[in-house]
Design a protein around this ligand. Structure first.
Ligand code: SPQ
Length: 428
């Protein structure tokens, strides 16, 4: 439990948010199946990425992690060993879904399981295409839920048209495709984050891309490399919104990832009237990055839906909070995927923000928010979901009175020093 108070002053100062979670996972995974040494700088030492490290260590890969610096030593995919026990993915959907893609082609048995939240998240979206490629997978309800067991084998390529814009589905298929005979192709309804494609190229593989379709030729050998991980824009999002809604705030967030498949939050906040400036843009390890400067401003309600949704799916909880402070109506639609995240994020956002006085209603595929509403402190819960916990902590900054946040520890999944950085900006 954590007691949070309405802040008296503006948020001011310069921070660097921790490394990108999606990129940190992939750097450990590709490093573990590449030949040679991989060095990861700016790694996110959050619980999810540590789960990925532990899983590969259980399969015999030497990984030395020292804070944000990680070294991975591998002799390639063929050297992965059958794990003696269950691979525990913790709270991490990325870990289990991408690892299933890798394990689909390895000639041994593995069983993967996570926490209570993972046990409710759908795995059929990856077990189904991986079965089509020839892997033997099973799990509760015919491979829909954990624990999932996999016995890898020789794989054949597929041409898969996914019904969902999901980087985890796309990546699992591409990682299996790397081991399959022939060329594997994935097409998605809207482009999802493309870190796997970019990083496969950085590790020496060839990937063909054409808008929403990506192909990979099987049998390519990855080579260890150095990966410089930018700050996570999904973590920066909490301070972008905090900077926009806490009066007179001025925040700079340095070295933030600006991959165009992730920058929907910037586009949306600008459309709502936020003052965001981007400087020092560069590209390192195939990922663009830059410094974000936000100053407080009046916001207005907008409609958010369609192709932008995968570009901001994890930022919808904090966008909902911004919408409570925007003049007019904000409609978020086409976001059914929120229902299968760490929690049902349509329900948890609506339930918790309502407790603070927000005028917000759930819809079948999103939510409708009426602003601008003065929020009040309340007894709220993260429900064990890191992004809900951080959104509520930002809400408490502008809420009148005290807020009691239950299960604040969930933030350690993606942002271990979140509360310290929030305090730093309050005291600057
Ligand atoms: O890893 P996990 O638990 O699925 O984490 C989340 C998050 O909020 O941190 C989703 F709940 O991010 C996903 C994201 O929603 C991370 C991710 C990735 O690294 O590939 C892709 C997105 O999921 P999806 O299903 O759309 O591919």
């Amino acid at each position: 439990m954590r007691l949070l108070r309405n802040i008296e002053n503006a948020l001011q100062g310069t921070i660097r948010v921790p490394g990108d979670k999606s990129i940190s996972h992939r750097a450990v995974m590709l490093g573990s199946i590449a030949q040679g040494k991989t060095v990861i700088e700016g790694f996110l030492p959050g619980e999810d990425c540590l789960s990925t490290i532990h899983c590969f260590q259980k399969m015999g890969v030497t990984i030395i992690q020292n804070g944000e610096h990680v070294e991975v030593f591998s002799d390639g995919l063929e050297e992965l060993k059958e794990p003696a026990g269950i691979l525990d993915v913790g709270n991490s959907g990325t870990t289990i879904r991408l690892m299933l893609g890798i394990l689909a082609g390895t000639p041994f048995h593995a069983c993967l399981q996570g926490d209570d939240s993972i046990a409710k998240r759908p795995m059929k979206r990856v077990t189904e295409p991986l079965r089509l490629m020839g892997a033997a997978l099973d799990g509760r309800m015919d491979g829909t839920y954990t624990p999932i067991s996999v016995r890898g084998s020789g794989l054949k390529s597929i041409n898969y048209v996914s019904s969902v814009a999901s980087a985890q589905v796309k990546s699992a298929i591409l990682l299996a495709g790397l081991q399959a005979e022939g060329t594997t192709t994935v097409t998605e309804p809207h482009l999802s984050r493309d870190h796997t494609e970019r990083m496969l190229e950085a590790f020496g593989a060839q990937v063909e891309r054409d808008e929403r379709t990506v192909s990979i030729q099987g049998g390519q050998q990855l080579k260890g490399t150095t990966v410089h991980v930018p700050g996570d824009i999904s973590s920066a999002a909490f301070f972008l919104v905090a900077g926009a809604i806490v009066p007179n705030s001025q925040i700079t967030i340095q070295n933030t990832g600006l991959n165009p498949t992730r920058t929907g939050i910037i586009d949306v906040l600008k459309r709502m009237g936020a003052n965001i400036e981007i400087t020092n843009i560069s590209t390192l390890s195939s990922e663009p990055r830059g410094d974000l400067h936000i100053t407080a401003s009046e916001l207005k309600g907008i409609e958010i839906g369609g192709e932008i949704i995968p570009r901001l799916i994890d930022e919808i909880p904090i966008i909902a909070l911004a919408a409570t402070q925007a003049e007019g109506i904000t409609i978020i639609k086409d976001a059914h995927e929120l229902k299968v995240k760490e929690t049902n994020r349509i329900d948890t956002v609506v339930q918790e923000l309502k407790k603070m006085g927000a005028r917000i209603e759930a819809t079948e595929d999103g939510m409708v928010i009426h602003g601008k509403t003065a929020l009040r402190g309340a007894d709220v819960s993260s429900h064990g979901d890191h992004r809900i916990g951080m959104m509520l902590a930002v809400a408490s900054c502008i809420a009148e009175g005290e807020t009691t946040l239950h299960h604040p520890e969930a933030v350690a999944v993606s942002y271990p020093n979140f509360f310290e950085q929030l305090e730093q900006l309050q005291n600057a």
